[in-house]
Design a protein around this ligand. Structure first.
Ligand code: BG6
Length: 508
């Protein structure tokens, strides 16, 4: 099967990576470029310019990222295709000792870009990628602005990719947006939420809007509630310093989980134009009342066994305070006050060191009336569920009641499954391919606008403030390798509902 895409390749350009020596560049950006080359979606003329504070030659930088890529390919049982690699690495330049905070770095960058443009006819197109710690975002935007590198008068496009976190709360998100918008126009800023790069997340729009079947029942008349789960079995992966300042709520909710809510719940846009979709998402966030502390449960993992491996408690992880009150799990009830969703709760949960890695959106439909079955051995009707599997086992499941064969009318809940892998050949991907391709072609559909980011922080703000003043009483409150704290069950029990069993997520 051909892995070539039907889309045209992006125009020639330079990609400037700030943080060229970092993990993100090696683990995701360069492998994504390599995968774009496989599908014919890399610009025909591409110059990669790496900026970082270390001293390195161009060849050393190229060697380092290539070696990392070789490792990734080897893990997948693949060898490097030198021809494809040649397309990625045809011009790789490293601005050695490029301190992000020094004007001199940007002068060198200007000269380098001008020279490359002349040599390679790049049309003046430049994508700046901030693959750096968030404390540098504002500085780099300012320096780029002052050096005239992101002027909208420039010959080609000038776009900037910003990675999460976009702030740590509403105040810092507003300050960051204000700073970015001082030097850049909103349409030049591409705020990446890597969840939107996942095929299955993008497929939510196809499922809802390319089929006549679902939209008529996608509302409070037919849906009882929705559960969104992003369960992780990994811990904090050596990121103690980061996690101690972040916690599960900031790390996952205003970005990844809210984007899943938005894709599931937004009104149909009038077109797939980025602005139309962003407008619908913004409207949805406006319809959500801010969260109350009583609607949110937090948890922290204790020692335990995850998939037969003994793991330590969060408080024993490196660079974590022995009395840390940072949450590694969060569950919440969210309301959407609009015509479509009034009275339909959205329950969200995410956590580290749970017993399984599994992400899904589970839509529970209202129960059928029992009347017809009252004189049969059936004593309860299961509700129907539509389950959108995000990862792993990407696909869609529909659970419904079927008659068990035999003389008596007995029922059993059965499942119809669509698995992506059974239908589509998926080219190897790290999840950044679509996002980078979209930036290079100027499609902002999958990126967050400033107002969305701020609206999301505003929703969780009362909880962040409330938690800052109260000490969680029973931390740690769940053992690693379990389903999370029991208080999360109480949250749904209050509404007469229960979570889908994490152990069977994906299975049923
Ligand atoms: C990141 C978080 O944004 O998303 C991590 O910082 C988390 O803590 C990760 O593990 C989850 O993403 P994925 O794609 O691995 O499910």
């Amino acid at each position: 099967m051909s892995t070539q895409s039907h889309n045209p390749p992006p125009p020639p350009c330079a990609i400037v990576i700030f943080g060229a020596n970092g993990d993100l560049t090696k683990r995701l950006i360069v492998p994504a470029l390599y995968n774009l080359a496989r599908t014919g979606l890399l610009p025909e003329r591409l110059t990669l310019i790496g900026v970082d504070h270390n001293k390195k030659t161009d060849a050393e930088w190229q060697g380092a990222v290539k070696e990392f890529l070789l490792g990734i390919l080897k893990k997948n049982g693949e060898a490097l295709d030198e021809k494809l690699w040649g397309q990625v690495a045809r011009r790789m330049i490293f601005l050695s000792g490029g301190d992000f905070e020094k004007t001199e770095t940007y002068q060198r960058l200007c000269e380098c870009l001008e020279a490359e443009d002349k040599k390679d006819s790049l049309g003046g197109n430049v994508l700046f990628y901030m693959a750096v710690a968030d404390r540098f975002f504002a500085t780099i935007a300012k320096m780029l602005g002052e050096a005239g590198l992101v002027s909208s008068e420039a010959k080609g496009f000038r776009r900037v990719i910003v990675e999460k976190p976009f702030g740590h709360d509403l105040h810092s998100a507003k300050a960051l947006n204000a700073c970015l918008l001082k030097y850049l126009k909103e349409e030049q800023i591409y705020r990446i939420d890597h969840f939107l790069g996942k095929e299955t997340v993008q497929n939510i729009m196809a499922l809802r809007f390319a089929n006549g079947l679902f939209e008529p029942i996608w509302n409070r008349d037919r849906i009882d509630h929705i559960q969104i789960t992003v369960a992780e079995s990994i811990g904090i992966e050596g990121r103690g310093n980061f996690y101690e300042k972040t916690g599960a709520l900031r790390d996952m909710v205003p970005n990844h989980l809210f984007q899943l809510v938005a894709m599931t719940a937004m009104e149909p846009p009038v077109s797939f134009d980025a602005e139309d979709i962003r407008a619908k998402k913004a409207e949805l966030f406006k319809a959500m009342p801010t969260l109350a502390v009583t609607d949110v449960v937090r948890g922290q993992y204790d020692a335990g066994t995850v998939q037969s491996e003994q793991v330590v408690a969060y408080r024993r992880e490196p660079n974590v305070a022995p009395d840390s009150n940072i949450e590694t799990y969060v569950a919440m009830r969210l309301k959407i006050d609009n015509w479509r969703w009034a009275g339909v709760p959205f329950y969200l949960r995410t956590g580290k060191r749970l017993n399984i890695r599994s992400s899904e959106i589970a839509i529970r439909f209202k129960q059928a009336p029992f009347a017809l079955f009252r004189n049969t051995p059936v004593d309860e009707l299961d509700a129907d569920w539509l389950i959108l599997r995000i990862q792993p086992d990407e696909g869609i499941r529909l659970r419904f009641n079927a008659k068990r064969p035999g003389p008596a009318m007995t029922l059993e809940s059965v499942s119809m499954r669509f698995n992506y892998k059974d239908y589509f050949h998926q080219a190897p991907a790290v999840g950044y391919e679509t996002l980078i391709y979209d930036c290079l072609t100027g499609d902002a559909t999958l990126f967050q606008r400033a107002d969305q980011v701020e609206a999301a922080w505003a929703l969780v703000e009362p909880v962040l403030k409330g938690w800052a003043h109260t000490t969680p009483r029973h931390f740690p409150n769940y053992a690693a390798g379990t389903e999370g704290p029991s208080a999360a069950n109480d949250l749904l029990a209050k509404d007469g509902r229960s979570w889908r069993d994490i152990r069977i997520l994906g299975g049923k």
